[in-house]
Design a protein around this ligand. Structure first.
Ligand code: CUA
Length: 231
């Protein structure tokens, strides 16, 4: 197959996707994106170092025909051995600290559990209910909807639960996936959501129509949200 044909086929696969990842539209997603870029940067650093050394060694130790037989064999090099043990440990430690902090802060069951009574003014509480193959969003005043509506700039505290099997709540622009479990509530907070329209879907295979378990998140100005909520 020609390279160009292959490219076109690959492009067709790409174009089917309208969920945007690494396009953070909330503080929560922003922090997660930075973490991904940070680990990517460390990975690129390691990759470049290894490939640069590979290029140097390929050049330096190339068989130019001047040597006969097997080259001199060496064993043990304490400095090198310490270096390639300590450096990876350091890199993992550097990566582990921010990862742990972010995970603990954003963990679905950590500090986000507090009730509407002691909420701050910019907090909005939404109960998210998953059922094969539908999402239902319950708002504080009792209103329900099948698409998610949020006021701009809000911190959204979501209580996620499933009526049947395990689903996964995912609006990539606003934050990473969270499991929606049948026998345990998960709480997830999306901080400072920005105005816009974001696609969301179930990200855990839950049955034949799993792929159709989609919804849209509309983040609108505060007054528009109030108006919608009261309608
Ligand atoms: Cu619900 Cu997949």
């Amino acid at each position: 197959m020609k390279f160009r044909t292959l490219l076109i086929i690959l492009l067709l696969f790409l174009s089917g996707c309208n969920l945007r990842v690494l396009d953070p539209q909330s503080d929560t997603a922003g922090i997660q994106t930075n973490l991904i870029y940070f680990s990517f940067a460390i990975m690129v650093l390691v990759l470049l170092t290894v490939f640069a050394l590979l290029a140097v060694f390929l050049n330096k130790y190339r068989d130019d025909g001047s040597q006969e037989g097997i080259p001199k064999q060496t064993k043990r090099n304490k400095k090198l051995e310490i270096a390639w043990t300590v450096i990876p440990i350091l890199l993992i430690a550097i990566l582990a600290v921010p990862t742990t902090v972010v995970t603990m802060n954003q963990s679905p069951n950590s500090e986000a559990i507090h009730s509407p009574e002691d909420a701050s003014p910019d907090e909005v509480f939404v109960d998210v209910q998953a059922k094969r193959y539908k999402w239902t969003f319950h708002y504080e005043n009792g209103k329900t909807s099948s698409d998610l509506y949020l006021p701009e700039g809000a911190s959204v505290v979501m209580t996620l639960k499933s009526e049947d099997v395990i689903h996964s709540f995912w609006v990539p622009s606003l934050g990473g996936k969270v499991d929606v479990l049948p026998n345990k509530e998960n709480v997830y907070e999306l901080e400072n959501v920005k105005q816009g329209e974001y696609k969301g879907k179930c990200a855990e295979f839950c049955g034949t129509n799993h792929a159709k378990m989609r919804f849209t998140t509309y983040v609108v100005p505060e007054d528009e949200y109030r108006e919608w909520l009261e309608s």
